[in-house]
Design a protein around this ligand. Structure first.
Ligand SMILES: Cc1ncc(COP(=O)(O)O)c(C=O)c1O
Length: 433
């Protein structure tokens, strides 16, 4: 029979230089393997399983919607579940009056945000072109367009595949933006001004950035004042600001949106995805501020780009409502304190010579390692029963390390287990190295 089993390499998806886990069951943050091992998922899947697996709250929402109806096409069936989701979601992230476009993943969220921003910029400011400017250390999705736009050298290695686009300004992080004698600070936002002015503001619809860097660099946090300065620069030039919060949105960094960590950093458009479907469904949402969203219905506006077949799928919306039920049932004070404890524990790793840096916020950290140690550390951590997300990010040679991102509803014991598993693994590596 074995010859009929599908071969792993025939499935064209990512793999890693360590064996896959043969998972037969999961609950909360735990993966149960066929060989009897239990692994703590310290990366929340692909940084999306934010409320753990097997949530009864999500299940009860699915059951209820399934019993009613499972598909209702946009422009045909009144989108009850989606309207409830818009209401709940916008309140949850402190933008209650926003308009929302629902899509089926983060990449499409970015694509749709670009379309909406271009339409708004042309109606409002008569922009000649719809340029979208990104940073040299960014990831905004896996379509040909979003790969072309962003600065992720590992995912789009060939300059000739940039469709004439490509990143326009340096991200305010070491190796992405090197200075002779100082660290990055808020004044690095001047690079954004330069990038807009060199194109001509009349050609630029929006700046697109991750308010806290995701997996491309491994959880870099921008200098205080940087995002506010970017917003001011854009406002002075009638350029819109789009925050890609696909990874960071919905409390991953400790606040509803990562941009909430700084005053004056509210974007015009904001994209959510991973934490909204929380691994239960594929979904994305583009939030558009009420000051500009009505322009999308203007007689000169372009057709709405948010019209995919599965864009208003009721089961998908029901799942998202269940995820919000989970998130809103958390004790936020205890959750935030747990994130800080996790960060403080990981910071102690910087005393060891194999660790180059620890950075991040909330339940999202990057542990950057000396070159060559990523896979040995993953292996060592797995022996201790914990899994993390590998990153290979900025610089030449590329930096490497682990992203630590446990589910947001992890308990105190979970966080202790996870940080001990990682700290012990790093200590072993340090001793052997
Ligand atoms: C910041 C950011 N934007 C966009 C995406 C693309 O989302 P998806 O994989 O759901 O298409 C990702 C995915 O990792 C991301 O981290």
């Amino acid at each position: 029979m074995d010859q009929y089993l599908p071969r792993r390499e025939r499935l064209l998806t990512s793999s890693r230089p360590l064996p896959d886990f043969d998972v037969v069951a999961a609950d909360g943050p735990w993966l149960h393997c066929a060989d009897g091992r239990r692994i703590f998922d310290g990366s929340s899947g692909l940084i999306c399983v934010n409320v753990g697996q097997n949530s009864p709250k999500v299940f009860s929402r699915i059951e209820k919607q399934f019993a009613q109806y499972s598909f209702g096409g946009a422009a045909v069936v009144r989108p009850h579940a989606q309207m409830e989701l818009r209401e709940r979601l916008c309140h949850a992230v402190g933008r209650p009056e926003d308009y929302v476009a629902l899509v089926t993943c983060g990449t499409l969220g970015v694509e749709v945000a670009v379309g909406l921003a271009r339409s708004i910029a042309r109606v409002r400011n008569g922009k000649l072109r719809g340029d979208i400017l990104t940073s040299n250390l960014s990831y905004h999705g896996m379509s040909a367009f979003t790969l072309a736009l962003a600065g992720n050298g590992a995912r789009r290695p060939r300059p000739e595949d940039a469709l004439g686009l490509g990143p326009a300004f340096p991200a305010p992080y070491p190796t992405a933006h090197d200075h002779a004698e100082r660290a990055c600070d808020a004044s690095c936002a001047d690079e954004v001004a330069k990038a807009i002015d060199s194109r001509g503001a009349e050609n630029v619809a929006a700046i697109l950035l991750e308010p806290v860097n995701g997996t491309t660099g491994g959880a870099f946090v921008p200098p205080d004042g940087y995002l506010r300065r970017v917003s001011e620069i854009c406002r002075e030039r009638d350029v819109l600001v789009i925050h890609d919060e696909v990874l960071t949105g919905l409390w991953r960094t400790g606040t509803p949106l990562a941009g909430n960590h700084w005053d004056g950093a509210e974007p015009d458009l904001c994209i959510l995805s991973k934490g909204l479907g929380a691994g239960y469904t594929s979904v994305g949402a583009v939030l558009v501020s009420p000051e500009i969203a009505p322009l999308l219905r203007h007689e000169n506006a372009d057709p709405l780009p948010a019209l995919g077949t599965m864009a208003t799928q009721p089961l998908q919306a029901a799942i998202c409502l269940g995820v919000l039920d989970e998130l809103e049932s958390m004790d936020m004070g205890a959750f935030q304190a747990r994130g800080e404890r996790l960060g403080a524990r990981l910071q102690t790793l910087t005393d060891l010579s194999v660790v180059r840096d620890v950075r991040g916020l909330g339940h999202f950290y990057g542990v950057e390692l000396a070159p060559g140690l990523l896979w040995p550390l993953m292996k060592e951590a797995e022996k201790n029963g914990a899994f993390f997300y590998p990153f290979t990010g900025a610089g030449h040679p590329r930096s490497e390390g682990l992203v630590v991102a446990p589910p947001l509803n992890s308990t105190d014991e979970d966080i202790d287990f996870l940080s001990t598993a990682l700290c012990d693994a790093v200590t072993v590596l340090n001793r052997n190295g």
